[in-house]
Design a protein around this ligand. Structure first.
Ligand code: HEM
Length: 139
């Protein structure tokens, strides 16, 4: 991950964080469940507003740790293990990444551009790659 990408992601996240949680969450889950209907049951025990908060917590988590991903590999391993227990498989990371980028595009509107798309893609691949590897090593 380049520091430029991290900066772009942090700045655009600051904009998303000012938006209505349930609107952003609603967009994300609707898209995710369209792309990957099989993951819906993993979330069904929780009501939508609660899920939306979890989504934003998840994104906040990602953003806050970007600069020091290597330092928090133990934490990432535990997060990856919890995701295994939720039933998350490697291919689901692609679906979540696609839904995430789509949601950002909707939320950021005119602010969204190719540079931001490339930066978010780079960051998401780095983080999801770390989680996927951590889950494999931990088995
Ligand atoms: C970069 C990728 C991801 C990050 C950083 C991330 C982060 C998180 C965090 C911080 C939580 C809160 C609970 C906890 O800490 O265990 C969570 C919950 C959850 N995540 Fe993720 N996640 C990622 C990808 C995914 C993917 C690919 C799926 C697959 C569908 C997924 C499904 C879930 C589910 C089912 C929960 C629990 C929801 C509930 O309790 O209702 N996550 N995630």
């Amino acid at each position: 991950m380049t520091s430029k990408s991290i900066e772009l992601v942090k700045n655009s996240w600051a904009l998303v964080a000012t938006m209505d949680i349930e609107t952003v969450g609603g967009l994300f889950y609707k898209r995710l469940f369209e792309i990957a209907p099989d993951v819906k049951s993993m979330f069904s025990k929780t009501a939508m507003p609660e899920q939306s908060k979890k989504l934003l917590a998840m994104l906040g988590y990602v953003i806050a740790k970007l600069d020091k991903l290597d330092d928090i590999i133990g934490e990432v391993t535990k997060l990856a293990q919890r995701h295994e227990s939720y039933g998350v498989k490697e291919e689901h990371y692609t679906a979540v990444g696609t839904a995430l980028l789509w949601t950002l595009e909707q939320g950021l509107g005119n602010e969204w551009n190719k540079e931001l798309k490339a930066a978010w893609t780079e960051v998401y691949i780095a983080l999801s790659g770390a989680m996927i590897n951590a889950a494999k090593v931990a088995v």
